[in-house]
Design a protein. Structure first.
Length: 120
């Protein structure tokens, strides 16, 4: 699980540094990891963590194609494996840890997929 977090954080830093919106409003893609700040009917606000510190909140639009998953672990064949299950936005909680992939457009960020740790 620690390797997953480190790998995702590294990917996030690389891709966040490359975010730019094209003049013709073709979406670019970005990733972030942090914690959930607020869950709305059609939006999700997260506080991304960069270099160990929480940054400015990002608002992401939820669409019909947005995919949300919760990760957990289970024992299988004597080994611990990471599994994921689909989650609905209404089940997300404030301060839950989250990793997201989203499209960046002039008129707003669109959440494509997210993985959350189970709420405490």
């Amino acid at each position: 699980m620690k390797r997953f977090s480190i790998g995702l954080a590294t990917l996030a830093l690389v891709l966040v540094a490359r975010v730019a919106v094209a003049a013709d409003d073709k979406p670019t893609f970005s990733v972030a990891e942090g914690k959930i700040d607020k869950v709305g009917k059609d939006t999700l606000m997260i506080q991304p963590r960069v270099s160990g510190k929480f940054g400015k909140a990002i608002t992401l639009k939820l669409t019909g194609t947005t995919k949300l998953h919760t990760i957990s672990t289970r024992e299988q064949g004597g080994k611990t494996v990471v599994v994921q299950r689909e989650t609905e936005a209404k089940d997300l909680k404030k301060n839950q840890e989250i990793a997201v992939i989203y499209a960046v457009k002039k008129d707003g960020n669109i959440l494509l997929t997210a993985v959350v740790k189970p709420a405490d």
